[in-house]
Design a protein around this ligand. Sequence first.
Ligand SMILES: [Zn+2]
Length: 412
Amino acid sequence: MFSGKAVKRALALFLFSAFGALQAQQIDLLIQNGHVFDPKNKLDTILDVAIANGKIHQVANHIAVKNAKKTVDATGMYVCPGLIDIHTHVFVGSTPGVFADGIYSLSPDDFTFRAGITTVVDAGTSGWRNFQKFKKQVIDQSKTRVLAFLNIAGWGMTGDSLQQDVSTMDVSKAIGMVEKHPDVIVGMKIGHFEKKTWEPFERALQVVSDTDRPLFVECHLPQYSLEDQLDRMRPGDIITHSFENISERRPVVDTTGNVLPMVFEARKKGILFDVGHGGAGFWFNQAIPALEQGFWPNTFGTDLHRFSMNAGMKDMLNVMSKYLNMGMPLKEVLLRGSWNPAKAIQREDLGNLSIGADADIVLLSVKEGKFGYVDAAGNRINGNRKLEAELTLRAGKVVWDLNGLTATLFQR
Ligand SMILES: [Zn+2]
């Protein structure tokens, strides 16, 4: 006779193994033998990664193949969290000559996955007046996770007098929009404002203070001194176009080639510096001395738009490859591609391979050869390494597969 206790134990064991078997069958994709680099979880070694139901299911030394519906051999590749580009313009629409709802913005999925990106943050292309249109038209239509810094200008980047109209910069309306979409709007953006008043800056700061989010400062605004801007920014706020060198803005490296002390001071205070490459925002004569003097960007925001992608910027992996060839160690480059931007936008659920997280993953290879990298001034550096996205997964789905790693080999 079995005691009641023994029966219970047998039943528990049976349920446990049945559950185990169920668990074991759930692996949709098994990535084997890749070099997993996940700074949040301090993983930096050869491991297997199992994906089930769109989530990270297991990360371990060796995961049994028999439990996987499909396997990918990632030998020689880096397995990283999907890249996060915190500076893009993706409110694409049909309006000629503008970014907001216009043709200068880009459709995210067309440009992200091939560069290993699974999340973008739109940098204030919309404001509180047209954010919902942006959401309906682009965010809800994209497989890329699209987040947003809301522009303090109500109509976003219209490029005309509307963008300069302080009366559209309504603090309570902007707060209302953030509160309505708290999981999409990650902060506020101030930029492209040409008048003398600090009013837009102050209003944007008020919104982010009330909603506990970072302020994204696009441009060292020409009418404000860099010093005054950095002074007003709070720890965790982000300044972009960090290595720009154009006449109307003050560069971070002075004419003798030294990084300005106030820039180091701002970093010490906790201000984050984004690359914001764009069409004009990245100059080797700033970025290389800054790198040599230990002033490294926190994130590789690209300032993706119609013009930058066809010039020196190209895509985020190209910007990351530039830094690799400028001398930044690979692991530092990869850190700035996913985990750093996740922290910058206060979304620590992203940019990592924690069990249960969305399976946003990129398999990267480092190609060797002769490559050229161009800045906004038309200067080139030569390099011998280039990062390439072999496979991109968004919530466990294959969204980019350069060499058909997940495809079936054709046989006659
Ligand atoms: Zn921009």
